[in-house]
Design a protein around this ligand. Structure first.
Ligand code: SF4
Length: 356
């Protein structure tokens, strides 16, 4: 394993909930990210998956310096950069940081200014980071970047509406690469694209990683997409990491009932395999991060908890007794070989959450 490039230690983000116009009172808080620890290794891809509202994008916004954490630390290449996130630190320090960690956005339709030419869009980072313009000059750099992402450099004077969705995402990637970052935070970069185009953009990201040695935090709600690109996978639920491990381990032996449910929703083309592994439908919506359930935050929707109670596990309020009262730590499962935040992970066989 290569050395760490980005380390997140016990990171948290709490947004106050305020009411009142004249007298603004804080009446609660939203725990968008809660005690998250992750490591991204140099030249590797860490996939972060979870439903909408699980806190993935808030975490991404902290890592690119847009949001300031309310708890925890972030280290970039061994240096603590927490005090430069949000509006902390000097403008020059924040600029230097943002040059090293760039973002690829979800929606290639709204993330590109329709009034700017592609050349101006890709060159935009050079306005903020003039010292990043290569020796050959801005125009040449833009043409090389377009070529690098598989676009025709002669289209430099065209406008975003003259490109397809996949081509627009390539423009967004070229813009992110202009300042030669070390880390790309890709926030659902293919979710808005047709399935036929998603593979092309994933392949492009993989090629660029090989060529430029980039490290990716790749965020998606679709486990099938992450499987193609990630070396490691972390699963997020209601602001917390509930499972983390090498991608092949997590996919072959999901240790957390939530991961198992997400995986069961991935379409399986083989009818026999589909019958052997029916979809687990989670009941209810994701709880509000302003009112996180006690104990295990997944207990209100956990199919495994209900099954264990039906099989005779001692229960409180319809779930096994520790589930409703104690938050399970993220620990290595005896059978699964990676970590899961479930009280029963130590009883799981190599089949993961399917067998106890
Ligand atoms: Fe389900 Fe209990 Fe495990 Fe939480 S601790 S995932 S509620 S079985």
């Amino acid at each position: 394993m290569s050395d760490p490039i980005l380390e997140v230690r016990h990171l948290g983000k709490v947004f106050p909930v305020r009411r009142g116009v004249v007298l603004r009172r804080t009446i609660g808080e939203v725990r968008a990210v809660d005690d998250v620890s992750l490591t991204l290794h140099r030249g590797r891809t860490l996939g972060l998956v979870g439903e909408s509202g699980s806190g993935k994008s808030t975490l991404a916004r902290m890592l690119v310096g847009v949001e300031r954490p309310t708890a925890g630390r972030v280290l970039l290449d061994g240096t603590d950069i927490t005090d430069l996130l949000g509006t902390r630190g000097s403008r020059a320090e924040r600029r230097a940081l943002r040059r090293r960690v760039q973002m690829v956005f979800q929606d290639p339709y709204t993330s590109l200014n329709p009034r700017m030419t592609v050349g101006d869009i890709v060159a935009e980072p050079y306005r903020i980071h003039p010292d990043a313009v290569p020796a050959g000059g801005r125009e040449r750099a833009v043409r090389e970047l377009l070529d690098l992402v598989g676009l025709d450099p002669d289209h430099v004077n065209r406008y975003p509406h003259q490109f397809s969705g996949g081509q627009r995402q390539r423009i967004g990637i070229a813009r992110a690469l202009a300042v030669k970052p070390e880390v790309l935070v890709c926030d659902e970069p293919v979710s808005a694209l047709d399935v036929s185009v998603q593979g092309q953009v994933i392949n492009l990201l993989e090629d660029l990683q090989d060529e430029l040695g980039l490290s990716y935090l790749f965020i998606a709600h679709d486990l099938a997409v992450v499987r193609h690109i990630a070396d490691e996978v972390a699963v997020m639920y209601l602001g917390s990491i509930v499972e983390h491990g090498v991608a092949a381990d997590v996919y072959d032996r999901p240790a957390h009932p939530y991961t198992r449910a997400l995986m069961s929703a991935v379409p399986i083309p083989d009818p026999a395999a589909r019958l052997a592994s029916p979809e687990i439908v989670l009941e209810g919506d994701l709880p509000s991060p302003a009112d996180v359930p006690s104990g295990c935050r997944f207990h209100t929707r956990c199919w495994l908890a209900r099954r264990l109670v039906a099989e005779g596990e001692p229960a409180v309020d319809g779930v096994p007794s520790p589930c409703a009262t104690e938050a399970p730590p993220l620990v290595a499962g005896a059978g699964t070989g990676h970590t899961g935040a479930c009280h029963f992970v130590s009883r799981m066989t190599p089949a993961g959450a399917d067998e106890l």
